[in-house]
Design a protein around this ligand. Structure first.
Ligand code: F6R
Length: 270
């Protein structure tokens, strides 16, 4: 099962992620990072940028692959994940932008109707990840409905990167980024599949706040089911779930996870 670490706040979670990534880069200077957008990983990226600067880590060869992108938004749109990853990760950590990829980059804002462009984009993205040797550490957030990436409930647990239709709930949740207007939120996206995500060597899922508590409980302690796509993490050999007390509040085994982490040998990383 996943390692579950209950932390006091997002800074503590961010420090754990940053240390794991800096250790990885010291072993593998051209490490491949799997990147997520959304609010959950923001502190983690800030801590990574800080640790990289403090330790003078050479990140010039580090590569990145984002999880997902809206279909039909121009790359330069403030809310495209291309722009968001550039702002919150690439520029912040000073990665080489040529080595950081977002699944919609090749589509360049093409609308859904341009099927010929879009049809192969997912398979091409998975091939590019494989050609890079696979993702070393994939950071993940989780939706209140258990989605990871844009794999909404019902997604195949073996899926590759592909076009998906966003649920009404996700479009309602994300309208805050589009002047509160759901009509501006795209209806479709391209997202790494659950199968793609499971091929990453290490998964680090971050969740904070009570609105994630049900999804976290279903992910860790429910059955593996496409109704909660994140529950596929139970099938991964190296998954780390870092959550705050509020997100952990519905876990039956919370005391056990705390005990395990407290007794973890200091030489073991996450
Ligand atoms: C982001 C992504 C989504 C988010 C999830 C949680 O690239 O794929 O799955 O991780 O919607 O969003 P936040 O972190 O904003 O609560």
């Amino acid at each position: 099962m996943a390692e579950v670490i209950i932390v006091k706040d997002q800074d503590e979670a961010g420090e754990l992620y940053a240390k794991a990534v800096v250790d990885l880069i010291s072993r593998k200077p051209d490490a491949v990072l799997g990147l997520a957008t959304g609010s959950s990983p923001l502190k983690a990226y800030e801590h990574l940028a800080k640790l990289v600067k403090e330790n003078n880590v050479d990140v010039s060869r580090v590569r990145g692959f984002a999880l997902d992108e809206y279909i039909g938004l121009p790359l330069e749109h403030e809310q495209s994940y291309h722009s968001t990853i550039r702002r919150t990760v690439t520029d912040l950590i000073d990665l080489n932008p040529d080595l950081v990829h977002v699944p919609g980059d090749v589509l360049n804002g093409a609308p859904l109707s341009e099927g010929s462009k879009i049809a192969h984009a997912g398979a091409d993205y998975d091939a590019a990840i494989a050609a890079a040797g696979g993702i070393d550490v994939q950071i993940l957030g989780i939706g209140s409905d258990g989605h990871v990436g844009f794999n909404e409930p019902g997604s195949s647990l073996a899926s590759g990167t592909r076009v998906k239709t966003l649920t009404e709930q996700t479009r309602v949740d994300n309208r805050r980024f589009f002047d509160g207007d759901i009509n501006q939120v795209p209806t479709h996206c391209i997202t790494q599949g659950i199968g793609t995500i499971l091929r990453a060597k290490h998964l680090v899922l971050l969740a904070f706040g009570s609105n994630k508590a049900d999804a976290v409980a279903a992910t860790l302690e429910g059955g593996v089911s496409s109704l909660c796509p994140a529950s596929a993490l139970q099938m991964h050999p190296h998954a780390t779930v870092i959550i705050d007390e509020a997100a952990a509040s519905k876990l039956k085994l919370a005391d056990y996870y705390r005990w395990v982490y407290t007794n973890k040998p200091s030489w073991q990383g996450i």
